[in-house]
Design a protein around this ligand. Structure first.
Ligand SMILES: [Zn+2]
Length: 417
């Protein structure tokens, strides 16, 4: 009786979620401190690992190979092993084996080590700042690059530093606390001792000396695109703000939700930057299913499609034609986007080339109005499987159109439509 009452109060209270109850999600509660003069970090992380994240009662994680592991412990932990990864040589594979009785396993891992900036992956710990991403495997994450995590990260640094990442950051107990409430496959952040940032509306660009001149332009581009996408898709889930960190660094550019980290290399044009930012922001609305499956194309191809539409609106048809040309050149020799009986994730040539081209063809087939409805549905509902998309297309149009698109994705239709 009491329980029922409590539950109904919780349900009635706005904004109260029962997220803590969720037992199928990996959570981390991590604290990291640094020795800036020696490029070192020291980490204590408490991982909550659900059975759904295990294979044969084992969790397989990556961690930087040069780190010294002080301790790995957990009540239901049977044993663990650490061995060099064959797939990614600078990383170790940490395999945790559990007793099969529990539904959720709690493990603490403590380790320390040095981040070598010269390794060329764009990660560093220094007095100029701290940039840590998946490329250094500074924090444990799943070996399949797909199992999501959420959690709390405590970054122990002087108060005058600022921390940026894919979550909200606040000061708690004299430390910077980042709270990540969306699924991510890794833990990443940037910390700056001087807080060089430029904000336009809801978009903040954080920059180093080398990128000072680009900050304003990028912030304006980011804010414009953020406003445009919120206008189109933000009715149910608004992206309130986002930040982009631009640094003179090695390593790839990447995005984690509202946190974008790009290197200054590449010299993107105004239009390319806008396209890139819009693509990454669009991912706020593209649901991630299994990142290694044949359904992954939807996420990337829809984000590409949405970004290209923004380019067209802002820079005109000529700029849009350039995007189309890039899609076409990527799509060369790619024979299909998706097939029900092939389970692997498609190549980037498909995801960023052939896929968006097929969406464009679909629009020509069913007309702008119906396509706009399909796009809006995809961007605002939890759509993670191609079969879902085909089913909704059928409801929106006809059996014939849905079959036509299925064959188009399968590469069993000529491109003349
Ligand atoms: Zn993407």
């Amino acid at each position: 009786m009491k329980k029922t009452l409590l539950l109904s109060i919780l349900v009635l209270l706005p904004g109260v979620t029962l997220a803590q109850e969720q037992t199928d999600l990996t959570r981390y509660n991590t604290s990291v401190s640094f020795a800036l003069e020696s490029n070192e970090l020291k980490v204590l992380t408490e991982l909550t690992i659900p059975v759904s994240a295990l294979t044969n009662n084992k969790a397989q994680l990556f961690l930087n190979k040069s780190f010294d592991i002080d301790d790995i412990a957990g009540e239901s932990l049977k044993e663990y092993s650490v061995s060099p990864s064959k797939k990614v040589p600078p990383w170790n594979e940490v395999t945790l084996s559990f007793e099969s009785v529990s539904k959720v396993h709690e493990v603490t891992v403590s380790y320390r080590g040095e981040i070598d900036e010269a390794a060329g992956h764009g990660n560093f710990i220094a007095s100029k700042g701290i940039h840590l991403s998946i490329d250094s495997a500074w924090h444990p994450f799943y070996k399949n690059f797909a199992t999501p995590m959420q959690g709390e990260l405590e970054v122990i640094l002087p108060q005058k530093w600022k921390v940026y990442g894919p979550g909200s950051v606040s000061m708690q107990n004299n430390a910077h606390q980042m709270s990540v409430t969306k699924d991510r496959i890794d833990v990443s952040f940037y910390a700056s001792p001087n807080g060089n940032e430029y904000t336009d509306g809801n978009f903040t660009v954080v920059y180093d000396k080398a990128n000072k001149d680009r900050a304003k332009r990028l912030a304006t581009a980011g804010n414009n695109c953020l406003a445009a996408l919120n206008g189109k898709f933000g009715q149910t889930e608004e992206l309130e703000s986002a930040s982009l960190v631009i640094l003179e660094r090695a390593g790839p550019s990447f995005a984690r939700g509202s946190y974008l980290s790009v290197s200054s290399q590449g010299g993107r044009s105004k239009q390319q930057s806008y396209h890139y930012i819009c693509h990454e922001l669009a991912h706020n609305w593209t649901s991630l299913g299994n990142a290694m499956s044949h359904d992954y194309w939807m996420m990337e191809s829809f984000a590409e499609y949405v970004a290209a539409e923004e380019v067209k609106l802002n820079f005109g048809t000529e700029a849009y034609e350039k995007v189309l040309a890039a899609w076409k050149s990527r799509a060369k020799k790619q024979s299909f986007v998706w097939r029900a009986d092939i389970e692997q994730r498609a190549s980037s040539k498909v995801n960023y080339g052939l896929g968006p081209l097929k969406l464009k063809q679909l629009k020509a087939q069913i007309g702008e109005e119906k396509f706009a409805r399909l796009l809006h549905w995809y961007m605002t509902e939890q759509v993670t499987e191609t079969e879902q998309l085909l089913k909704h297309l059928k409801e929106l149009t006809s059996d014939e159109d849905a079959l036509w698109f299925r064959l188009l994705l399968e590469g069993r239709k000529t491109d003349s439509a």
